[in-house]
Design a protein around this ligand. Structure first.
Ligand SMILES: Cc1cc2nc3c(=O)[nH]c(=O)nc-3n(C[C@H](O)[C@H](O)[C@H](O)COP(=O)(O)OP(=O)(O)OC[C@H]3O[C@@H](n4cnc5c(N)ncnc54)[C@H](O)[C@@H]3O)c2cc1C
Length: 456
C-alpha cells in the first residue's frame, strides 16, 4: 500500500521553489544518514527534513509546518540523549548547515548560527584568545546545550553557557524573525537562558566572551578499589578550590578494561599556579597515573571526544545533589560495582562557583544551589541486549533519587515524565516560562523538546 503523504504536493513544490537549503524526504539517499542521532537507541522517521541554509529558510519551514499541520522538531548538534531532535511523521528543522561563528574581539562578543557545534565555536573564539563555557564533547550543539543551561569547564569561572547568552535571533511559531537582547524582549532572553527550545528556532546566539587561551587540563587516575576514599578526599579538597578550577570525578572503565576512578581537571589560569593548587589531589593515593598538561583550551574541549563516539545506544539519567554526602558516595561506589557495560560511567560533575552568582531573574535555569550534579551514563554495543543496561541505569537513579535536589533539564532522558520538567525549574519558574510560552507559541508548535505547556 502506498504510504499517505504527510503534506500536500503543491505546497511542497511551492516551498521547494524558494528554499535555498535541502529538502530531504524518505525517498532521498541522504535520508538515513540525516536521521542518525548521537544516541543510537533512538530511531524516528520524519516525513521531511528541511536542512536550512539561512534564517529565511527556517521561517519558510516553520510556515510550511504550520500550514500543513505537521509536527515540528529542531535539530542542532543532535546530541539530545532523549532524541528530541527528530519527530515521527513531522518536519525536522535541521540547522546542521548553519554553523557560522563571528567574533568581535574588541567587544568580546561572538555571534553564532544556531547549528554550530562547540568545535566550530571554540575554534573561532580561540583565534582571539577568547572563550565561553561550552560542552565537554566538541560535537555537541551550542543551541540545545545553551538553551537548556550549559555545563562546562569554565562554568565555575564565568557561569554556564546560558548565563553568557546576551542576545539571539529567533524564528517564532508565527514565522516572524525577531531580535532578542537585554533591552529588546528581555523576558524572552530570560526564557532562552535555560528554558530550552520552547520559544522558537534560535537561528543566532550571541555570547559574552572571556579571555581564555591555555588551560591546565587532564586526568588523575585511581584504582576503583579506592574510589570511596578518593571521593571523600575530593569532597574535602573542593571545599577550598578556587573558581578557576573544575574537577569532575568519573567511575569508568579505561581502554585496557580496568575499572578506575578518574579526576578530570581543568584549571583556567596560569598552569604553574594550577599545578600548585592541584598538588594535594595529584599527591593523594598515590594515583595510578597523572596526565595533566598545559593545553590550548580547544584541545581540552575535544579531549573526551574519542570516548563518546556517535551512534551507540545510550540511556542517560541525572540529578543534582546539594552536597556529596557519604551516603551518595557509598551508593555510587556500590552501584558502579554492578555496572553492566565497559562503556558506561557514573560522573560527579562539580558545579557551584560563578554558577551560583546569577539570580532567578537573570535566567530561567532552575537549580543553582547544588554543589554537584550526577550523570548516569549507560552505553552498550549494538549487539548487546539493552534491558540489563537500561535497568542498571534505572537502579542507580532510584538509589540516588532520595539524595537529589533537582534535575538539569538537558539530562532529562528517554521516557521520563512531565513532572521531571517541572522539577527542573521549580513551580514559580515553570509558571513564568508557561506564560512566556503562551505569548510566543500558544499552539505549542515547538513541543519536541523538554516541553513547557503554554499557560491558559
Ligand atoms: C555526549 C554528550 C555530552 C554532553 N555533554 C554536556 C556537557 O558537557 N554540558 C552540558 O551542559 N550538557 C551536555 N550534554 C547534554 C546536552 O546539553 C544536550 O543533550 C543538548 O540538548 C544537546 O544539544 P544539541 O543541539 O546537540 O542537541 P539536539 O539533539 O540537536 O537538540 C536538542 C533539543 O534542543 C533544542 N534545540 C537545539 N538547537 C536549537 C536551536 N538552535 N533553536 C531552538 N531549539 C534548539 C531542540 O528542542 C532540540 O530538540 C551532553 C550530551 C551528550 C549526548
Amino acid at each position: 500500500m502506498m504510504e499517505q503523504q504527510a503534506y500536500s504536493e503543491p505546497a511542497f513544490r511551492d516551498l521547494q521553489s524558494t528554499f535555498a537549503g535541502e529538502l530531504i524526504d524518505r525517498t532521498d539517499d541522504q535520508y538515513a544518514e540525516s536521521c542518525a542521532l548521537w544516541n543510537g537507541m533512538i530511531k524516528r522517521s520524519p516525513a521531511l527534513i528541511a536542512r536550512c541554509s539561512s534564517t529565511e529558510d527556517v521561517a519558510k519551514a516553520v510556515r510550511f509546518a504550520r500550514e500543513q499541520n505537521l509536527s515540528v522538531s529542531v535539530r542542532g548538534g543532535g546530541h539530545s540523549a532523549a532524541g528530541k531532535a527528530l519527530v515521527d511523521d513531522g518536519i525536522v528543522i535541521d540547522l546542521t548547515r548553519m554553523r557560522n561563528v563571528q567574533v568581535d574581539p574588541e567587544n568580546r562578543v561572538a555571534r553564532a548560527q544556531g547549528g554550530a557545534t562547540w568545535a566550530d565555536f571554540d575554534a573561532s573564539t580561540h583565534q582571539h584568545g577568547l572563550a565561553v563555557t561550552g560542552g565537554l564533547i566538541s560535537s555537541t550543539g551550542i543551541g540545545g546545550l545553551t538553551l537548556g543551561g550549559g555545563f562546562g569547564w569554565l562554568m565555575r569561572s564565568y557561569g554556564m553557557s546560558c548565563d553568557n547568552l546576551i542576545g539571539a535571533e529567533v524564528v517564532t511559531a508565527s514565522d516572524d524573525i525577531i531580535e532578542v537582547s537585554e533591552v529588546e524582549r528581555p523576558e524572552l532572553l530570560w526564557g532562552l537562558r535555560g528554558g530550552g527550545g520552547n520559544f522558537g528556532v534560535v537561528t543566532r546566539l550571541d555570547f559574552r566572551l572571556h579571555p581564555v587561551s591555555t588551560v591546565l587540563g587532564g586526568m588523575i587516575v585511581h584504582p576503583i578499589e579506592r574510589a570511596g576514599e578518593a571521593l571523600r578526599f575530593y569532597r574535602q579538597f573542593n571545599e577550598d578550590a578556587p573558581r578557576a578550577l573544575t574537577v569532575y570525578a568519573a567511575m569508568m572503565t579505561d581502554p585496557d578494561g580496568n575499572r578506575v576512578l578518574a579526576f578530570i581537571c581543568c584549571y583556567n589560569g596560569d598552569p604553574d599556579e594550577g599545578q600548585k593548587i592541584l598538588a594535594p589531589l595529584i599527591e593523594w593515593g598515590p594515583p595510578l597515573a597523572v596526565d595533566l598538561n598545559p593545553v590550548p583550551y580547544p584541545a581540552l574541549q575535544s579531549m573526551l571526544d574519542e570516548g563518546f563516539p556517535p551512534g551507540l545506544p545510550v540511556y542517560w539519567r541525572g540529578d543534582f545533589i546539594d552536597t556529596l554526602t557519604d551516603g551518595v558516595i557509598d551508593t555510587l561506589v556500590e552501584k558502579f560495582g554492578e555496572v553492566t557495560s565497559p562503556l558506561s560511567a557514573l560522573v560527579v560533575e562539580q558545579f557551584g562557583g560563578a554558577c551560583q552568582d546569577f539570580s532567578p531573574d537573570h535566567s530561567a535555569f532552575g537549580h543553582r544551589h547544588a554543589d554537584y550534579n550526577i550523570a548516569i551514563i549507560s552505553r552498550w554495543d549494538y549487539d548487546s541486549d539493552p534491558d540489563s543496561h537500561v535497568s542498571w541505569a534505572r537502579g542507580v537513579h532510584d538509589a540516588i533519587r532520595p539524595h537529589a535536589s533537582g534535575v538539569y533539564v538537558n539530562y532529562v532522558g528517554v521516557g521520563e515524565s512531565e513532572d521531571r520538567i517541572r522539577e527542573a525549574y521549580g513551580p514559580e519558574t515553570y509558571d513564568r516560562l508557561a506564560r512566556l510560552k503562551s505569548q510566543y507559541d500558544p499552539e505549542n508548535v515547538f513541543q519536541s523538546n523538554q516541553n513547557i505547556k503554554p499557560a491558559n
